[in-house]
Design a protein around this ligand. Sequence first.
Ligand SMILES: [Zn+2]
Ligand SMILES: [Zn+2]
Length: 372
Amino acid sequence: MKRMEIPCSKEPMILKDIDTIPEPPKGGVTIKAAFCGICHSDVHMFDDEFDIGGGIFLKTQDINPNVEYPIVLGHEISGTVHAIGEEADNTDLKVGDRVIVYPWLGCSDCGLCDGEQANFCCGQSNYIGCSGPNGGYSEYMKVTNPKYVLKLPDNIPLDIAAMLPCSALTGYNAVSKVKPTIERFINAKGKATLLVIGAGGLGLWCLQTAKAVLPEGTRIIISDISQPKLENALAHGADDTVLWDPSFSKEDIINKTKEKGSDGSIQAVIDFVNSAATSSRAMGVLSKGGTIAMVGLFGGSLEISLPLFAFLLQQIHGVFVGSLDQLKELVQLASNTKLKPPEISHVKLEEVPEMLAKLRRGEITGRTLVKF
Ligand SMILES: [Zn+2]
Ligand SMILES: [Zn+2]
């Protein structure tokens, strides 16, 4: 089998031919990959540099000291069950089932991991294809616990399915954080506005799930620095857009955005950019009693006026991917509702290094997936 591996920290990836297909682990399964999404977090993994703010940069081995090179990235994995290991009796998976993999594994034995909340694990993170087991830039891969392998309904194509555990799950989780606030405003006033900051792949997935799960009467508007991206967001169902041109003043941007909201204000914001500039604009446009969901990326900082924050009864949520239960809900949603994903392009495994370089330079629109 072929796999794309990083031999040592900060060394170029190499395509390896491996003689044997991995045996399924005891109690686990092996997956034959069909698609693996190429994600922006792979760029940080490949650079082995995670900007956590305050001038601090972590390496992969700071996040998980047990990581051993070579490592194989790729955490957006769809495929079929290739083999089932001995004693894998807690699963009804069968060889040949079409599946996706939930990659956000924790320590596996704190109460949060047992309770399907591994993304909130307080122990050691073991994200598949990130800081843990080898991932999907490989024709075959192992998953130690079949509960993290979800069977797909027949009507979800495998390439769209590969995006569900990362970008789509993040969007879905962010929407779930702002949903109670939106519902409160809808119940009281019959209308509410959600602002999504960033019209890239995450923003577009968020838009789709927001349209599917937020109550009638919700307006969804999207902001970005790029006019073509905003036009694309309109084609994906945004109710309105607002250009956050970097040459406009902060006041100008805040006023233009508020004008687009229900009664001149915004009740909820989901920020996929999460820079100092976007977070302060988010605070500026929010109505009293509003909510902000900030999606975890790397770098950036947040300045808050604490008295104002307390006075306005605002809420801020951090969002990092989502739970296993949320992924199960999202699979059902994707099967029952027509979600329009961002544009997809397929590439070969050997093209991964080139695609990561393009991603770093911001030259990729939509989502790129390795097709096996
Ligand atoms: Zn991802
Ligand atoms: Zn845990």
